[in-house]
Design a protein around this ligand. Sequence first.
Ligand code: UDP
Length: 244
Amino acid sequence: MRDLVDILGVKFVRLSRGEILSQVEGSIDSNGKMFVVTANPEIVMHAKDHPDYMRTVSNADMVIADGIGVIIGSKILNTPLPERVAGFDLLTELLKRGNEKNWRVFFLGAKDEVLQEAVGNVKKDYPNLVIAGSHHGYFKDDDTKVADLVREAQADMVFVALGFPRQEKWIEAYMPSFDKGLFMGVGGSFDVLAGHVQRAPEIWQKLNLEWLYRLLKQPSRWKRMLTLPMFILEVVKEKNRRKR
Ligand code: UDP
């Protein structure tokens, strides 16, 4: 049984970055199928308010704490998670492993020109990875042709960048029809791989201020940022309920 930490109904694995990586790698090496959700406070709050999305998230094989807010929440509840594992970091670690092991990878999502640039950069940076296929993210969810493409590609890793909740819903809907592979929603990561969006400099990341950097760079995100204090408030309420 996995050691899980429940935060507002979402069950996170209590594993370090290294442990997560080696479990994912083990699954890929044995041609297994695995659904990973990288959940930040926005995803947790969305799941809390949408039972169908909560069900999708609970179908994942692994839910990972993406965002310092989740780590703070776990501490408030006295069930601390070891560390934040940013979805983008996991993605790049897996590309690195894949480059060493000649894994096949499929990129699904983002605008076509962003996707092409992202794939171009991946080819340059990870020359031994096999690009098994790619498709932009502007299609209808009931368009089964996209799932057919993914199935035929027989990829070891399928990164789905459609934004939440759509990416997780898409994975849940089509995963049973795939034979193998790691399936992970990666949000806006292709925009970063393409060089269109910069991640915060390392020092900001170390100080857990990546959210502030993103807010300064993309002030239009401020409304989304309000989720963080609301999330913390809900966690505090949950702690008080548990005390009773
Ligand atoms: N996207 C997509 N299809 C859509 C809507 C969005 O492929 O119908 C892509 C969009 O181009 C972007 C990503 O999904 O690359 C969403 O990024 P965002 O930062 O909004 O996602 P989050 O990280 O918040 O889930």
